[in-house]
Structures are given as C-alpha cells and as structure tokens.
Design a protein around this ligand. Structure first.
Ligand SMILES: *Cc1c(COP(=O)(O)O)cnc(C)c1O
Length: 463
C-alpha cells in the first residue's frame, strides 16, 4: 500500500503535462489544479480502503479530463425520435422545415429589422412580419403572436373578460397537461367561469340560459387531447357564434392544434381549419405554432381587428412577446403554406403524418437488413402497428405504421432501450413484446445509419 501511495505523482508535475495544459487553455489554471488535487485525493482514499490495488496514471488523467468534459457538455441534446409520435411534447414537438431553420439562423446571428420600418426609416412593430401572411392564410382581419397558445388564451381572457362571466361548455373544461386547466386559467385571468350543459350534451339553449348582464364572452375550447364519444351533442360553430353576436357578446375559440390545411385526403378525420373558424365568424381564434402547423413554439391569435387592437395595447402583451428567432422561423413556415402542396412537401410534421405504412415498412426493412449485415446476434421482425400524431392533436386517430421489433442476444429489452437512450445519439424507442420497438415514421433521413452504428457500438461494448 505504501508503495502504491508513493507512486502517486505530485500536483505540479501533473499540471505540466500536455493533457492538463490543454485543459488550462480552455478553463483556468486554478480549476485544473483543483481537479487534479481532487482526483489524487480520491485515488489516495481508494488505495487506503483497498479498492485500488494498482495505480494507473492514464486512468487518473482520463478521470480528470472526463470531469471537465461533463462540465462543458450541454444538457439540451439532440435525440433521435424512434417512437413514431410526430408531435412528441417531451421531445420538443415540431421540428422545422429547412426554410425555417435558415430564417432562424439569420435572425440569431445578424441584426434584423425586428422593430424597424425599413421603408419609413423609423420604429416599427415586431408583429408586422407575420401579420399579412396570417391574414392571407386564414382570412382574418388581423393577427398577433405571443409565446405559446397558453399565453394567447391568458392574454385575451385577461384583457377582454376580466371581472365578467365567461360561458363554457362542461364538455370543454379541458386540462391540456402541465397543469394548464381551462377552469384555472379562466379564474386566474380574473374572469368568472360559468359552466353550461352536461359533459356529453350541450345545446344552444344551454348557452342561452347562461347569458345575463354579467356575461362577458363565450369561450369554446377544442377538446384536443380527448374525445367524448357516444351519446353526444354540441352546437355548431355557426349557431353558437350567432347566439353570441345576437347578445352582443364576443366569442373566442381556443383551437389548440392549428390546422391550416385540411388533412382528410390523408385519411385523417375531419378537424376544423383556422380559415373555417374565421369564416364561422369567431371574434378570436388561437392556436400553437409548434403543433400541426409545424413551426416554432408560438401562440397565434387571429380574428377581428377591434379585439386584436385591444390586445396590442394591453400591458401583459409585453410579458408574453415572442423573440425575433421565433418570429423568423414562424414567418418562413407560414410562407410555405401559401402553396399547400409545398407545405406538405417541405414541413417535416406534415411529411411525417403523410407517410404511408408502406413507406415506413420500406424504411424498416432496409434498417433490418443493414442490422443483420453488420451486427451479430440481432434478431428483428416487422409488425403492423400505429403511430400517433401527438401534441394533443387527433387524440383517437391512429396512423397505420410498420414497427421494427429488435432483440439482441444476451441483452434484455430494457437494457437495450436504456443503452440506446444513453448512447451519444440518444435514440428514444419503446419497449414492446419483449423487444425494443422502432417506429421509423419520425426517424429523419440519415438517422437510420446512426441507429446501425450505435447498435454496433452497443453490441461491441457488451462483448
Ligand atoms: C395545446 C393546447 C394548448 C396549449 O398550447 P401551448 O402552445 O402548448 O401553450 C391550449 N389549448 C388547447 C386546446 C391545446 O390543444
């Protein structure tokens, strides 16, 4: 033991080594010295306790370097989404089209005319950039952007219904997740919630009965993440809007998912588009930028100029305002929608939803063959299954897909799932039927190759 302890080098001699000099350039002399001392202390303790029976300088240097690597490693990392859930909220929802990525990079790295009117040569507004596009795409009189859809609802409820009663159907008292519950939101905006109808059945007459001198607005909330099925009834948009306007009340629609193109041709069920709701004459409609729209996180409000003007003047807007990077990404995404065909081809969210079972199967077969070719001890099979749109859109809709179930000799499915998740590529999969399950609907071009390499690495590491 004494002999081992005597082998431990002095701090100063370690500091002079090239590996440590590299670290000193990136960090500071003091930090590296402290790390060396700590490393030596740990090794000394390990020797004294008998855990370490031979000292390796290499190990010690490696240990110190690793500690610094961890320091500079970002915690927000790229992942590969092999779950098949297109708008996976935990994995950051929509990924951007190339056009939007370029716009984001431009806005992040250069000065922009964010709040500068280039023609007039003086101050402008940040909202001018997407306003006209949104008006064109939705048919609305005006538009406004905030941080996310939750912020949008918060803004218009606070600005327009504070101290008044808000009518909402019992069937629409939604919790969106992350404790965003419509009843709580309405209350926190200073409005008074007035529920109408029954959970499964609500009629125009129920709303009618709820109206009194205290009523400030009617709110409709899209039941994005669940459906009431069976014996159900709710008024049409047209009838409900008519009732609101006959009583001189504004009516708002929290649509959530934000569909600009009808997706029924893809075999999905009917969901109203923003344009239809504007045509139905809602005063304000709000939706997310990073759900079906396929853009960056944002909350979009479209509707009557009279109300949007009030929102623009409301002090809370300043706290909810979007940054230039988001606005750039959103503008570029919306631009693609001017040609719906282009939007379908260029926006990853729409592309992935549109992928057929046969296309996913083709990709899965190719991956399976590559795995068999390069890796020993793999066993895979294809299985019919379904992917989800996610992000609270199309809650009961299943997109027919083809799953690849993978097993590796000498490894449990849970071990394999964990190894993939913790690998450098951070591949997120599901476990199913004693196997690890890949749904390649959400795996991007070029990532199939990364999956093969990662699995090869995992299998080699195991032996
Ligand atoms: C998703 C959703 C929200 C919240 O939108 P964020 O953009 O995530 O803040 C609010 N309302 C409905 C109906 C939703 O579907």
């Amino acid at each position: 033991m004494k002999k081992l302890l005597a082998q431990l080098p002095a701090v100063d001699s370690l500091l002079k080594r090239e590996e440590m000099q590299v670290l000193i350039e990136r960090f500071t002399h003091q930090e590296v010295k402290r790390a060396i001392k700590e490393g030596l202390d740990e090794t000394r303790q390990a020797i004294l306790s008998g855990q370490v029976t031979n000292f390796s300088l290499e190990d010690l240097l490696g240990q110190i370097k690793q500690a610094f690597d961890q320091l500079i490693e970002p915690t927000l990392k790229a992942t590969i989404n092999a779950t098949g859930t297109v708008l996976h909220t935990n994995l950051g929802r929509a990924i951007l089209a190339d056009e939007a990525k370029e716009a984001v990079q431009m806005a992040a790295s250069q000065y922009t005319n964010l709040e500068y009117d280039l023609k007039a040569g003086h101050r402008g507004t940040r909202y001018q950039h997407v306003q006209d596009l949104l008006k064109e795409l939705t048919g609305a009189e005006d538009a406004l952007i905030v941080n996310n859809n939750a912020a949008a609802v918060l803004l218009y409820m606070t600005a327009l219904t504070k101290g008044k009663e808000v009518l909402i159907s019992r069937g629409e008292l939604v919790e969106i997740g992350g404790s965003f519950r419509i009843p709580d939101v309405i209350e926190s905006c200073g409005a008074i919630l007035r529920e109408v109808g029954a959970t499964n059945k609500v009629k125009v007459a129920d709303y009618q009965r709820g109206i009194n001198e205290e009523t400030g607005a009617i709110l409709r909330v899209h039941t994005s993440n669940y459906r009431v099925l069976g014996f159900t009834e709710s008024p049409s948009d047209k009838d409900l809007v008519a009732l609101a306007h006959e009583n001189d009340l504004p009516i708002f629609n929290d649509l959530g998912s934000g569909l600009l193109i009808d997706l029924q041709p893809l075999g999905l069920s009917y969901e109203p588009t923003i344009k239809e709701l504007i045509q139905a004459d809602y005063d304000l409609v709000s939706f997310s930028g990073d759900k079906l729209l396929g853009g960056p996180q944002a909350g979009v409000i479209v509707g009557k100029k009279k109300y949007i003007d009030e929102l623009k003047k409301f002090p809370l807007l300043r706290a909810l305002r979007t940054d230039k990077v988001t606005l750039a990404g959103l503008e570029a995404t919306l631009h693609l929608y001017r040609d719906p065909k282009k939007a379908m081809q260029r926006i990853p969210t729409l592309q992935m939803i549109a992928k057929t079972k046969e296309e996913v199967k083709h990709q899965a077969e190719k991956l399976g063959q590559a795995l068999s070719k390069h890796i020993k001890g793999v066993e895979w099979e294809l299985l019919e299954g379904s992917s989800q749109v996610g992000g609270g859109a199309y809650p009961i809709e299943k997109l027919p897909t083809c799953l690849l179930l993978l097993r590796i000799e000498g490894m449990s499915e849970d071990e394999l799932e964990k190894a993939l998740r913790l690998s450098e590529a951070h591949i997120i999969t599901r476990v199913m039927d004693g196997a690890v399950c890949f749904d390649l609907r959400t795996v991007l071009k070029g990532q199939d190759q990364v999956i093969v390499e990662t699995l090869l690495h995992i299998v080699e590491g195991k032996n």
